[in-house]
Ligand binder design. Sequence first.
Ligand code: NAD
Length: 453
Amino acid sequence: MTGITLLNPANETVLLAVEHSTVEQVDQAVAHAVAVQRKWAALAPAERAAGLRRFARAVEDDLENLARLEVANSGHPISQARWEAGHVRDVLDYYAAAPERMIGKQIPVAGGLDVTFLEPLGVVGVIVPWNFPMTIASWGFAPALAAGNAVVLKPAEWTPLTAIRLGELALDAGLPTGLFQVLPGRGEVVGERFVTHPDVRKIVFTGSTTVGKRVMAGCAAQVKAVTLELGGKSANVVFADSDLERAAALAPSAVFENAGQDCCARSRILVERSVFDKFLGLLEPAVKAVRVGSPDLEDTEMGPLVSAAHLAKVRSYVPDDSQVAFRGSAPDGAGYWFPPTVLLPGSRTDRAVTEEIFGPVVTVLPFDDEADAIALANASEYGLSGSIWTRDVGRAIRVSRGIESGNLSVNSHSSVRYSTPFGGFKHSGLGRELGPDAAAAFTETKNVFISTD
Ligand code: NAD
């Protein structure tokens, strides 16, 4: 057997071993999915909707169990993990409304009737990273199923447990066997096979930009549809006219939530030069107040990093000669702990400023004026998220339009709602997930002309 032994990242104890799927198992799963998908697509839309609603109720009934699995497997604080499981339920409920609303068009033409149909693609392959294992999976599988597709899902190697459980819950909810299959395994084996298998008609990939480019190239070889949700290095832009106290109080959660392992982390704080020192003075107590500790505790705000390998990567961005402004706390002893860390980089091109660290490390840089703020925010290959703090409505709109990013928030750090579109500019991705149009992204438009002659 090939597989992985999972460790609890908070204390390094062994959780369990998970077997990895082989290429042959993927091929069997896809063959099964092809057959089941045809029957699923042929069901009355209301029946598919009812199936997704039952799936949502099964998730709701299992919410505490799902949350506890994520705490143990990924080190997410329990309050956050409960939110994640609830979010999966909400995504299912939201897309349960879609099967009865897959509405085509009737287009005026001469000599007949012209209508469009939104046809399902067939089998969709969803490849998920380790940072938000169940929520990101649901952004792919819920709208894909709603649109009449079957789904094969590959969780990340380190964090398969909630995805495996969701596969069981789909069956408990009465979805047909083979409609939604979870295949734990290695990216180079299971993920690659999703990409190369001719019967997988779309890939939804969330992960690093390096692997995303490879997935896209593989999809190109088969003219296969692909959605990419990739890395980020988002800016939190604080103007002098903003509510500085509030901007500073909320800045830590915008970057240290999920221990910074968040593609939307506002990991570059850009502050107007005239209030730079004042802002740092307000930020320091907020960073020191972040409650870092056992993810099992109700009031913990930040847990450990996901693995020893990832801890080593994050550490490499804070060498001994780093200009650390201040740090929060972290437990000693077993577990992959790293304290919230605020850096004052020497230049705008430091590695810590330009590369995605994916850990609890934030850089703070000054800017001179609005144009400089936009230029600095855009000085990144990424463009996923970001925040703008100002009381000037015109400036908020100008800067929102000026920053090359898919998801911006003004005077807040919100970025992911299931009812609004989510995705990146530039190297942060291709296509959009969530929101009212996501189910349509799992269809092909078919145009049919019916002659009246
Ligand atoms: P990763 O690219 O290493 O892995 C992502 C997934 O791809 C895993 O399931 C992995 O097994 C699989 N994979 C690896 N090689 C593959 C291959 N050759 N073919 C097909 N699949 C393959 O990323 P990660 O380290 O798991 O996740 C962290 C990255 O994900 C960060 O860059 C982060 O910004 C990004 N991310 C983006 C979003 C977003 O919505 N934009 C959300 C979360 C995470």
